[in-house]
Ligand binder design. Structure first.
Ligand SMILES: [Zn+2]
Length: 486
């Protein structure tokens, strides 16, 4: 079959995992998914480490690793140590729509993370995703936004409105309300898809349902999640039919997710007290006492009317104390100190003080009640390469699914039990899903070892673009090539 005039449709389901989909598919609860995998190539899709939405989707967009595209987290830090949310300008590698446009192709990209401010395009449409500041323009070209607003399009439910990603007991009370709002967002997205897909014959059509990630965070594999997937299953069948009618045997249909998911872990591992116990950092003697007093004062004033002021005040005083009270063996990188711990890794600013290999060895060996705390621990050079490696922690790790990492400097206990109100989490699972279905294809085969960075080369291959000026980390897996060519 000729690859000429091929069309690509990619459906992104944020955080979708076979772990919950496969049992439901086998039980016949997701009929379209069942039909799809019965006649397609499917398997795991390897994500970035850490398996986080922002770096993962940017790796998808660029075909390269975070060391080359520069996005490792939702936030980044400038030279002064100030924190900012990542945006379009943080991405340092060419993205799929730039590459395709250069070859005369057109793309419709809906709800793609890290595309605010919306990049300029010639004949493509980009609709930005979450991390877009409220009230800011989110489409390219700009006129599209007005058209979408007429369809009640909303990017996301406002985090500010619920603060639900804050893991607290209030979540219980608003769960069913949240479910309905998330469903409404999806319905708006569907209206936008149905409208934009007919604007022209797109060479690449991409849409991300970010809501699957939210639903799984809140409900993990409960009935609500199934209800949501059943809704999506029906719609995906619909959209598949429409594209199949439109493009016939030129349709190349993908479903992918950016990372896996798991139930929330409740054993908290606090890294700073462990580093202290092992002698990698050292608290000054009276430090704990001062923090105690500060916390007490904070507790009293927290309930007062000037809460917001108090928060700022508390954080400022706390940080000053932190800076002052640590010996230089234990300082914080964001303020030019030597060790800075995050949920995904450890930055070592002053490597003379710490033997990194020894620290990695110690972390790898860490156990609690016979179970290893970490699934994988890497020195960044062993994992990634590229000019932006300096943005990445020196040690990058993934916890095992039973453990949740706590980077809070003020934690006391190394291991503690922490009740989680969000039922799902994905920091321990970097296996997303991959489905490739060429229209009229009739095979049922598993394919593995596909990485998110393979998608740009795969899409290029399907659209017969071979441009040697772009270098990717990913490649087109041989087995897949065979089926694309058939
Ligand atoms: Zn995600």
């Amino acid at each position: 079959m000729s690859l000429k005039n091929n069309k690509v449709v990619v459906i992104g389901l944020d955080g979708a995992t076979w772990k919950i989909l496969m049992p439901w598919i086998k039980q016949g609860k997701l009929p379209f998914f069942k039909k799809l995998i019965d006649t397609s190539l499917y398997g795991d899709l390897e994500s970035t480490i850490p398996p986080l939405t922002a770096p993962a989707w940017v790796s998808f967009q660029t075909g390269v690793n975070p060391g080359k595209h520069g996005v490792f987290n939702f936030v980044e830090y400038n030279d002064q140590g100030e924190e900012d949310v990542v945006n379009s300008n943080s991405v340092k590698a060419p993205r799929i729509w730039e590459i395709l446009e250069k070859h005369g192709k057109s793309c419709c990209i809906i709800n793609m993370p890290v595309t605010y401010p919306p990049p300029k395009t010639k004949r493509s449409i980009i609709v930005s995703s979450f991390l877009t500041p409220p009230g800011k323009p989110y489409t390219s070209p700009l006129e599209i936004q007005k058209e979408l607003e007429k369809l009640d399009y909303k990017i996301d439910i406002l985090f500010e409105k619920y603060g639900f990603l804050v893991n607290n007991k209030n979540l219980e009370k608003i769960k069913s309300k949240l479910f309905n709002e998330i469903l409404l967002i999806t319905k708006g997205r569907i209206k936008a898809i149905n409208y934009l897909m007919n604007k022209r014959d797109w060479d690449l059509f991409f849409v991300l349902f970010k809501e699957t990630d939210l639903i799984q965070h809140i409900f993990w594999n409960n009935v609500e999640t199934l209800r949501y997937y059943r809704f999506l299953d029906k719609y995906l069948q619909n959209i598949y039919k429409i594209f199949a009618n439109k493009y016939g045997d030129k349709l190349n249909f993908f479903i992918i997710s950016d990372h896996g998911f798991d139930s929330s872990a409740e054993i908290q591992f606090s890294i700073y007290p462990w580093l202290n116990k092992e002698g990698f950092i050292k608290y000054k003697q009276d430090f704990r006492f001062k923090i105690k007093i500060l916390k007490l004062i904070y507790k009293i004033i927290k309930k007062s009317e000037i809460k917001l002021f108090c928060n700022v005040f508390f954080l400022n005083v706390r940080d000053k104390l932190l800076n002052k009270e640590l010996t230089d063996k234990s300082l914080n990188l964001r303020r030019n100190k030597s060790i800075w711990v995050t949920n995904f890794g450890i930055y070592l600013n002053n490597k003379d003080n710490i033997n990194i290999n020894y620290l990695i060895k110690k972390i790898k060996k860490l156990k609690f009640k016979g179970k290893s705390v970490f699934k994988s621990v890497y020195e960044k050079y062993d994992l990634y390469d590229g000019p932006y490696l300096n943005k990445l922690p020196d040690i990058i790790f993934t916890p095992n699914s039973e453990f949740i990492l706590d980077p809070n400097f003020f934690s006391k206990k190394i291991f503690s039990y922490k009740k989680q109100y969000l039922m799902g989490n994905h920091l321990s699972d970097n296996r997303g899903i991959f489905v490739y279905k060429r229209n009229y294809m009739n095979i049922n085969r598993q394919i593995n070892k596909i990485n998110l960075t393979d998608l740009v080369p795969i899409i290029n291959y399907v659209l017969s673009i071979s441009d040697l000026s772009y270098k990717y980390d990913g490649k087109v897996p041989k087995e897949l090539k065979k089926y694309i060519n058939e």
